[in-house]
Design a protein around this ligand. Structure first.
Ligand SMILES: [Fe+2]
Ligand SMILES: [Fe+2]
Length: 405
């Protein structure tokens, strides 16, 4: 997978010196006593044996240590995190530990040393012998409906979350740092919540992460895919998830598509493997016109999805609900097994938009201006089972798609 060693070395030196100075200048930690300022779990490689934990502190710790143990065991193991300053937030620190050598499909507890109440997570199965539960969405926003949908997502108890870009709407700007801090607080308080179970997230980049050519908060928030902004994670022999960059930091045409072509072809050889791409700007938008990056996705990636036998992809950016008919080359097919179904369009917490009239988009089976998440489940056999769920927790669409076409 991606090698972040270079970035770690660069980020690790400055902040430690900074930490000493800031500890003197800002001696009082903000936030609730005993609570971290933010907490994000993701994977940089094998989800069945690793976990990357980022915890945020409002002010630097003198001696940061992360403790973890397998649930049901007594002894805590300690790890020293890599420390980085959070962009444009003097004193705020991100402490990162990648745990490796974990047991598959197993529960773990963890806590920063000095805090008593542990959080917990679960690794993914190496082989699929049970149902996997996934929540998918994008365009989260820092507050408002975000909190409600976070609570809905947490109540579904997914194994992990797929996010398709546009998080706090800070646009990577120094002056919008408050949105980042609020976004983290709402994840901590509503997505993690009272049971302290932390759901790992795999997060693609959106246009609102980028300020000109940099995405400082996105890179700081998500260890994967971080500065490279696209990558793939393989789950045992049963699933691969790609996060792709729709012209935000990496261009669609060129190096990214060359990499995606090879990466996809290698994994598509195994007919049992479920293939799921996640990206921001839709090929088949429910709100916006068919122009710009949409046409790039259609030109460069849609033929790859079709050739690889992908059943479904997740798109975002338009702030509405969308499910297309199964499509090949933009033409409606008469059965899900004959085309790619495009699901979207990113309305986790962001303000919803008015969808295009049905007559203008005959390739869209259902679209609706509604905040929502997708909840999808699959087991060792059988179809992918989907529900679209709104901010009240009500199911308003339900369908099945084949694992592969
Ligand atoms: Fe958005
Ligand atoms: Fe967007």
């Amino acid at each position: 997978m991606k090698d972040h060693q270079g970035r770690r070395a660069v980020r690790g030196i400055g902040p430690r010196v900074c930490a000493l100075v800031l500890a003197l200048v800002f001696p009082v930690a903000a936030g609730e006593p005993g609570e971290v300022a933010g907490l994000i779990l993701t994977w940089q490689r094998d989800p069945s044996s690793t976990m990357t934990i980022d915890w945020h502190e409002a002010s630097p710790l003198e001696k940061p240590v992360l403790l973890h143990r397998r649930k049901g065991t007594a002894a805590w193991k300690s790890s020293t995190p890599v420390a980085s300053g959070f962009p444009h937030a003097p004193g705020r620190m991100v402490y990162r530990v990648e745990l490796t050598g974990l047991e598959p499909d197993a529960g773990y507890e963890f806590r920063p040393a000095g805090r008593e109440r542990p959080y917990h997570f679960r690794t993914m199965p190496k082989r699929l012998t049970r149902d996997l539960r996934v929540v998918v969405g994008g365009d989260t926003a820092p507050a408002g409906t975000f909190e409600k949908i976070n609570a809905v997502a947490a109540s579904l108890k997914p194994d992990f979350i797929l996010w398709g870009g546009d998080y706090s709407y800070s646009d990577g700007k120094a002056g919008e740092i408050k949105k980042e801090i609020l976004w983290h607080e709402n994840i901590r308080d509503h997505l993690i919540g009272a049971d302290r179970r932390v759901i790992p997230v795999i997060a693609a980049i959106g246009n609102h992460e980028v300020n000109s050519v940099v995405a400082p908060y996105y890179e700081a928030n998500f260890a994967f895919p971080a500065a490279e902004t696209y990558g793939v994670l393989d789950f045992g022999d049963y699933l691969s998830v790609w996060v792709l960059d729709t012209n935000h930091r990496a261009k669609i045409a060129g190096k990214q598509t060359e990499w995606f072509t090879e990466s996809l072809a290698a994994r598509a050889k195994d007919p049992r493997r479920i293939l799921i791409p996640v990206y921001h700007v839709p090929a088949y938008p429910s709100v916006r016109k068919d122009e710009g990056t949409t046409l790039d996705v259609r030109k460069h990636w849609v033929p790859l999805f079709e050739k690889a036998g992908i059943s479904t992809v997740f798109e975002h950016h338009d702030h509405a609900y969308k499910r297309t008919h199964p499509l090949l080359g933009g033409k409606v097919q008469d059965a899900p097994a004959k085309g790619v179904t495009y699901l979207g369009d990113g309305a986790w917490g962001a303000s919803i938009r008015k969808v295009r009239p049905a007559a203008d988009v005959p390739h869209i089976a259902k679209s609706q201006s509604v905040n929502h998440v997708f909840f999808f489940e699959f087991g060792p056999d059988g179809p992918l089972r989907f529900q679209a769920i709104d901010s009240k927790g009500e199911v308003f669409d339900r369908f099945e798609l084949p694992r592969r076409r």
